[in-house]
Design a protein around this ligand. Structure first.
Ligand SMILES: [Zn+2]
Length: 113
C-alpha cells in the first residue's frame, strides 16, 4: 500500500482523506457540500414550479375567495416546503447512488476500482 492505512478514498472525487473526515457513504466534506448545493438548487426550482402549478390551478379552477386568501397562501407555502424537501432528498439520493457529483472532477487518473 502506498498510502496510510487510516486514509480512505472519497467515493466521489477519489482523493485520499483521513477516515474520520468521510461520512458513512465514504464521501468527503467537499463532495457533501457540492451535493447539498446541487440539491438546494434543484429543490428551489422544483418547489417554485410546483407552487406555480398549484397557484395556476387554484386561480383557474377553484376561484379562491378573498376571505380564504390566507389559507390559500399557507397552502402554497406548505406545498413549496414539502415539494422542495422531497426534491432535495431525491436529488441527493440520485447523486449518492450515482457515486459522483457534477462539478467535482476526479483528480486521480487511475481507472478501475
Ligand atoms: Zn470527495
Amino acid at each position: 500500500m502506498r498510502f496510510g492505512a487510516s486514509e480512505i478514498r472519497c467515493r466521489s472525487c477519489q482523493q485520499l482523506y483521513p477516515g474520520g473526515d468521510l461520512d458513512r457513504y465514504l464521501w468527503c466534506p467537499a463532495c457533501r457540500n457540492e451535493v447539498r448545493r446541487h440539491g438546494i438548487a434543484w429543490a428551489r426550482g422544483i418547489g417554485i414550479v410546483a407552487c406555480a402549478g398549484l397557484a395556476t390551478y387554484l386561480l383557474l379552477r377553484v376561484h379562491p375567495s378573498r376571505s380564504y386568501l390566507p389559507f390559500y397562501l399557507i397552502m402554497l407555502a406548505m406545498t413549496y416546503l414539502l415539494i422542495s424537501r422531497i426534491a432535495m432528498a431525491v436529488v441527493q439520493g440520485y447523486y449518492r447512488a450515482r457515486g459522483r457529483v457534477v462539478g467535482v472532477e476526479s483528480r486521480d487518473e487511475e481507472s478501475g476500482s
